[in-house]
Write a protein of this length. Structure first.
Length: 466
């Protein structure tokens, strides 16, 4: 890696996109050395353990160097691209000269000096020039900064008559809202006390615990290096576990060995539901919308949760409390080239059937394009996994961490079924409901599963139970 020493070169570091992650893989570069870039322009796409994310550059200039090729996993805080903010001009020796007329500053940056980006917990990029004096930090922000640095704040300032509104641009306010950060508690580093995106990320990042002081002890005897693992490169292929697959594996292991799983099954005649799907496809209200069995299954589960709200909960181990959710963020398991992800529809309980159809379509298309955001996969309460699309009857799904139940839907097949006292070919499927037995006992789980089955067998209940 080439080291940049010119004062005009800025190093853009791999940021933490708000998930507290430690690394990300560079999927694609959108710029090359010599390209001009502007503030806010997307320069690369990276994959975190949650999703693919596009990274914008925070300043204008010319790309000097890309430090890592595509496909490289880079630690958060490592410089990934160097940009010459002076436009790529060759550095010249300093000599006495008449003062030049300063360039007219932009409205949002009244200082003529080039601003230095602050990344998540890493400070500004190294530079050979002296830092200009920072503007006075408001007393409340100074106290927060003192606490973050482990020092006691100075004498408390007299309370203000009215707390001023933090200064931040609309995109920064939206970012703070998505990350759950109170702007009043963020220390601003931008010009005139403006809160930047990096300030919000820094406030959202968890503070590292102080390292324990190790007791002096005798030096351990040197150990022989372990022998390298060998394998047959012709008959075996090794795939690094990273990104979405890595975090999914960790979450499933944690869920399986933390929450006591119970799974119940029911086989149900869904012939009438399949007929309703065909009728809705011809309905004018659903013109241009995707209507499939999953839509009605999702609605059936939402109605069952409304009738039995205690199943929509989570277990707080630290507080030893059950947290009942008065909203349903409905997760839909989606298979993507990067692995299984579970984005969720926020406040699905409040959506009409057409609105639910739109939300499902957006969720699936976004997942297939690899554009699902980390925020879309947070806060789920209950999940549906449709294993029937792979032709299997059903399965025993594992709970998503923090959720109380997950419904698996099997393949819908034409089978012989006793209908009105006679054996007839009917559309049949098998449902499986896994739930956390700390929160949900057998009676509650059985009632929820039975309600879903009853709606799918007689879909007119969608209207009578709504």
């Amino acid at each position: 890696m080439t080291t940049m020493t010119e004062a005009s070169v800025r190093e853009f570091k791999m940021p933490d996109v708000g998930e507290g992650l430690t690394e990300a893989e560079i999927l694609k570069w959108y710029v090359q050395p010599g390209d001009a870039v502007t503030d806010g322009q997307v320069v690369c796409e990276v994959e975190t353990a949650k999703a693919a994310v596009e990274l914008p550059i925070p300043y204008d200039g010319v790309v000097r160097e890309l430090h890592f090729p595509e496909g490289t996993t880079v630690d958060v805080g490592t410089a990934i691209i160097a940009v010459d903010v002076a436009g790529g001009a060759a550095p010249v020796a300093e000599e006495p000269a008449a003062p030049a007329v300063p360039e007219q500053p932009r409205a949002e940056e009244p200082q003529p000096q080039a601003r230095q980006p602050v990344l998540v917990g890493y400070g500004v990029a190294a530079s050979s020039t002296k830092r200009r004096p920072r503007k006075a930090v408001p007393p409340a922000a100074a106290a927060v900064q003192a606490e973050l640095n482990g020092h006691a704040p100075a004498a408390p300032a007299a309370p203000a008559a009215e707390k001023p509104r933090p200064l931040a641009k609309p995109p920064v306010r939206k970012l703070a809202k998505d990350l759950g950060v109170d702007l009043a508690m963020v220390v601003p580093t931008g010009p005139d006390g403006i809160i930047t995106r990096d300030d919000v990320h820094a406030a959202a990042a968890p503070q590292p615990a102080p390292a324990p002081v190790a007791e002096p002890r005798a030096a351990a005897a040197p150990q022989a290096a372990p022998a390298p693992v060998s394998f047959d490169g012709v008959r075996e292929t090794r795939i690094p576990v990273k990104g979405v697959r890595k975090v999914t594996a960790q979450a499933m292991v944690g869920s399986a060995f933390t929450a006591p799983h119970v799974t119940e099954f029911v086989t149900v005649d869904v012939t009438r539901t399949m007929k309703l799907v065909e009728e809705l496809k011809q309905d004018k209200e659903f013109a241009g919308r995707r209507v499939n069995p999953l839509l009605l299954i999702a609605k059936a589960l939402l109605l069952a949760i409304r009738r039995h709200p205690d199943i929509n909960a989570s277990w707080d181990e630290a507080a030893q409390e059950i947290v009942l959710k008065h909203y349903v963020n409905l997760g839909i398991a989606a298979a993507t080239p990067r692995g299984l992800i579970v984005p969720n529809i926020k406040d699905a309980h409040a959506r009409t059937l057409p609105e639910l159809a739109d939300s499902l379509a957006d969720l699936v298309s976004t997942a297939k394009e690899g554009k699902t955001t980390p925020a879309a996969m947070q806060g789920g309460t209950v999940t549906i996994t449709n294993v029937g699309v792979f032709g299997v009857d059903t399965g025993t799904p594992i709970l998503n961490p923090g959720e109380s139940a997950i419904l698996a839907v099997g393949a819908i097949k034409l089978q012989p079924w006793v209908h009105k006292g006679k054996i007839k070919p009917r559309q049949v499927t098998t449902l499986a409901l896994s739930f956390d037995h700390r929160l949900v006992d057998g009676e509650l789980g059985s009632k929820v599963l039975a309600d879903v089955a009853a709606i799918l067998e007689q879909p007119k209940r969608l209207m009578t139970w709504s």
